[in-house]
Each structure stands twice: as C-alpha cells, then as structure tokens.
Design a protein. Structure first.
Length: 115
C-alpha cells in the first residue's frame, strides 16, 4: 500500500513560483505514470501533469510551458515546479498515479494565487 503526502503549497502572487513535492511511503518505481491533479472550488479534479519512469511527460494545455513535472524514483518523490502562476491556478493539488488509483489519494496541498 502506497501512501502519498503532498507539500509545498502556499499563497503566492500572480507571476510567482512554487515547487510542490509528493513523497510516497512505498516504492513508486513500478508505477509507470505518476501525476499531479488539482481541484478548484466547484470544479472537477483534473490532471495537470504526469511523468513516466523514463521521463516522458504530459501536460494539460492550461499549464504547458509554465509547469514542469519530474520524479526521483530513488527518493520515491514526484515534483511539480510551477512558474508564472495565475489566479486560475488556485486549487488543492494532489499527486496520484495516472490513471489514478482510488486508495492513493492524499490530503493534497493548497495553492492560492492572488491577483
């Protein structure tokens, strides 16, 4: 059983940057794609970026060019570097496998971007 703990969120002004981290209690080496999801108030959870074990990456159109996903399998950690943040990036950010596994959802980390 893998437990995921997200961290690194906070309050930032528009145009700023944040780096999110997701640390797994177990090995993520066998999970092909690991991803970052977000859920804004009143909206469905969406996949924003994911990365496979050999570094192939996928991004939602809304974040491509601003966010960078990466993973360190040795540290069982997935990262999301977010730059040029916009108010519409405000959400709770979660990590999970891509596609997600129901029992992997953690508490998430809140990202708030002020205008």
């Amino acid at each position: 059983q893998v437990q995921l703990v997200e961290s690194g969120g906070g309050l930032v002004q528009a145009g700023g940057s944040l780096r999110l981290s997701c640390t797994a209690s177990g090995s993520i080496f066998t999970i092909n794609y690991m991803g970052w999801y977000r859920q804004a108030p009143g909206k469905q959870r969406e996949l924003v970026a994911s990365c496979n074990t050999v570094g192939s990456k996928k991004y939602a159109d809304s974040v491509r060019g601003r966010f960078t996903v990466s993973r360190d399998n040795a540290k069982n950690t997935v990262y999301l570097q977010m730059s040029r943040l916009k108010p519409e990036d405000t959400a709770v950010y979660y990590c999970n496998a891509d596609p997600p596994k129901l029992d992997y959802w953690g508490q998430g980390t809140q990202v708030t971007v002020s205008s």
